[in-house]
Design a protein around this ligand. Structure first.
Ligand code: AMP
Length: 434
């Protein structure tokens, strides 16, 4: 018996949502999708199962070790996708060749990572993301950050912080020390995991004292505005013209954020993200009630080239499951009223008439109908309707069917009224109270 019970539990880190829970998730997804659409991002769909070779291209060490990978029946190495950007980039490269640039696409998709389950960390979770392809302009960086902020606001989140960093600066400094891209990926992966000691150890093996010092200084910019660390940064970066150029770009972004959200952002130039495809600005969103990021993104100008077309890109993804945990999320007020439908006699003509009435009432805006299918006496049916918070019940028996009438009982005060079939649709809302 015990075994049976155990075997029907979901796997660790996988979740089930009740209608009440799912309603919150759906609200978040629908609100944010609507916003994406307003900014011109069209929704796409990509496969849940992908070739290992595609995802391995650039997913980064951290996620690589946490993938659900297996051989399919055709002996192919496949994975349940751990993220969406690589697949979306492939779709854009292969299928949207003739679209004018920039190409804006969005997606809602479940992701799979063998993370250690805890609050806000699951093995299957939903990303709602969007990607902007074809532009190198700082305006596209700003558009993406701006939409990410708007998305939080749209679902009621006003208290948040944006953490920004820049992988172009880090990579340009590392390139200066002749550190190849593969090794850069490894080093930045260490920063992402907070393994700073290992990072410095590895870097010192290169014997580049100057670079080591630069990184020590960069680490000190944690939680700062650029203004605060401007002198330090300018001094450090003066010797790396390529990085300095990127720094000017970051200044524009900072200026925008100061105007848009005031003090709700900070820079950390020692910050890197685990995904290997980032090449420029990177950012994450935090809400004070959760210790983990609710979203992350950045610029990735070389990923599409690997897939066959040289397209710069910038994108962002929010974790819907984490947003659900935020106490700030305000789902829209339930405007719709619940009305129960009680069929008194289960003979075929009454059933047909009841469904005809339901069909009619479906057209009344903000009215949700629930047909009582549980049997029992009228009294027990009314009791159930009250438990389900229904505002009224529509009662249909043989009498109503033959006379083409419908009885409606208001549950708040027990008042009952009979309506002709034709007038019901027009008058029900007024009767039960707007
Ligand atoms: P990433 O692709 O790692 O940048 O993640 C983007 C967002 O997805 C994060 O900010 C989280 O909101 C969400 N996320 C990542 N991993 C998990 C997880 N294991 N469980 C729930 N949400 C996650």
């Amino acid at each position: 018996m015990n075994n049976v019970k155990k075997s029907i539990e979901p796997l660790r880190g996988f979740r089930e949502l009740t209608p009440e829970e799912y309603k919150k998730k759906k609200f978040i997804i629908e609100s944010i999708s609507e916003l994406f659409e307003k900014y011109g991002y069209g929704e796409v769909e990509t496969p849940t199962v992908e070739p290992l070779s595609l995802i391995e291209l650039k997913v980064g060490e951290e996620i690589r070790h946490r993938m659900f990978r297996f051989k399919d029946l055709g002996d192919r190495d496949v994975v349940l996708r751990p993220e969406g950007t690589i697949s979306v980039a492939r779709l854009v490269v292969n299928k949207m060749k003739n679209e004018p640039l920039p190409i804006r696409v969005s997606y809602v998709a479940n992701m799979f990572r063998y993370d250690e389950p805890q609050k806000g960390r699951y093995r299957e979770f939903t990303h709602i993301g969007f990607e902007h392809f074809g532009s190198r302009s700082v305006v596209s960086d700003i558009e993406v950050i701006n939409i990410a902020i708007e998305a939080l606001k749209k679902i009621g989140i006003e208290a948040f912080r944006i953490k920004l960093g820049n992988e172009a600066i880090l990579r340009r400094i590392l390139s200066e020390a002749n550190i190849e891209q593969k090794e850069q990926d490894l080093l930045l992966g260490m920063l992402d995991r907070g393994e700073n000691e290992e990072f410095f150890e590895k870097l010192s093996e290169k014997g580049e004292e100057k670079i080591l010092n630069v990184f020590r200084e960069l680490m000190k910019t944690k939680e700062s505005s650029i203004g605060e660390s401007e002198q330090t940064l300018k001094k450090i970066l003066a010797e790396f013209p390529a990085a300095l150029e990127e720094y000017e770009r970051v200044r524009i972004i900072e200026n925008f954020l100061e105007w848009k959200v005031g003090g709700k952002y900070y820079f950390d130039f020692g910050f890197a993200r685990g995904l290997e495809y980032y090449t420029g600005i990177i950012f994450e969103l935090y809400v004070p009630e959760l210790g983990v990021a609710v979203g992350g993104g950045g610029r990735y100008d070389s990923l599409c080239k690997l897939l066959g077309r040289d397209l710069p890109a910038v994108g962002f993804a929010l974790g819907v499951d984490r947003l659900m945990l935020s106490s700030q999320v305000k789902t829209a007020k339930q405007k719709s009223k619940k009305v129960g439908v009680i069929i008194l006699e289960e003979d075929v003509e009454t059933i047909k008439y009841a469904f005809q009435v339901v069909e009619q009432l479906k057209e009344v805006e903000n009215l949700n109908l629930e047909i009582d299918t549980m049997g029992g006496s009228l009294g027990s049916k009314i009791e159930r309707a009250l438990k389900k918070n229904e505002e009224a019940i529509v009662i249909i028996g043989k009498k109503e069917q033959t006379e083409k009438h419908v009885s409606v009982k208001r549950l708040r005060d027990g008042v009952q009224k009979s309506f002709g079939y034709e007038e019901l649709k027009r008058e029900i809302l007024e009767f039960i109270g707007q």
